[in-house]
Design a protein around this ligand. Sequence first.
Ligand code: SAM
Length: 314
Amino acid sequence: MMTKEAVSHEPVMLREVLAGLNVQPGGRYVDCTVNGGGHTEAILFASAPGGSVLGIDADANAIERARSRLSHFGSSVALVNGNFRDVDSICRERGFVPVNGVLFDLGLSSLQLGAAGRGFSFQHEGPLDMRFGPSQETTASFWVNEASEADLTDVLWRFGEEKRSRKIARAVVERRPLRTTTELAKAVEQAVGRRPGSQTHPATRTFQALRIAVNQELATLSDALPRALGLLGFGSRLVVISYHSLEDRIVKQFIARESRDCICPPRQPVCTCGHKATLRPITKGALAPSAEEVARNPRARSAKLRVAERVAAA
Ligand SMILES: C[S@@+](CC[C@H](N)C(=O)[O-])C[C@H]1O[C@@H](n2cnc3c(N)ncnc32)[C@H](O)[C@@H]1O
């Protein structure tokens, strides 16, 4: 579990993504997390001639950057500034369905992490914002300065898996108001100290927890996966890269559930649910990046990639 570092924005596990999506010439693909357009560009090259990508990102700046990078692909690429929670309506409104593959490369990019004004990093002084896009109702400042101590503790515990959540929440509440990322990082460090020999800043989990809460990342992912599944034609692929255990658990459980013909409780002798499998796992467990990739791009080191294929319900 970790926050990606501002090292490079090379697309993570690119070879595995292209193989996982089984990209074919003429295919139609959805990239739910375009950011710099690295994966999108590679999919466009691999699906030529005739391939197309619909790319989505909640971050308007990322969409603008991707638009200029990908302009030479002309009408083969459509870019939408939106939330992937709405992936089904975004695709259907554009007649982009069924598709041959859907990609999610979750979290945030090194460019976003490094942009002080976004407030994602304790390494840069910035406002307590952390929104991927302006449509989010709250900023990190709400959790830091307005939420109750109990709610803040809960967020740190659930979304940061932070064992010292109570202590940190107490320290934050006592120091209110906190205005910037560095003030928050200092408050956390003063509350819990640095672990001797640890390379990880004591505020790492706090920042992750707040970002997940602000963007409702886990609920959004849980909503988006079935909607993405509904866009896939038979034999089409779902590829998800996650960067911490909470996201990966959601993906793993979704694929496991949708790969079963019955989801009745295990002790129930006769099936009453009528559930039919619509996915087949392609990866056994999750794939990790190669040692070479991690050495070249440390941002990749916590990546876990899962692939599943749409099958016809029996
Ligand atoms: C790790 S980056 C993707 C990098 C990209 N694959 C590339 O090759 O450059 C994740 C992106 O997902 C976007 N994102 C995160 N949650 C989102 C959501 N719910 N809807 C749309 N975009 C989202 C972020 O704004 C960020 O740009």
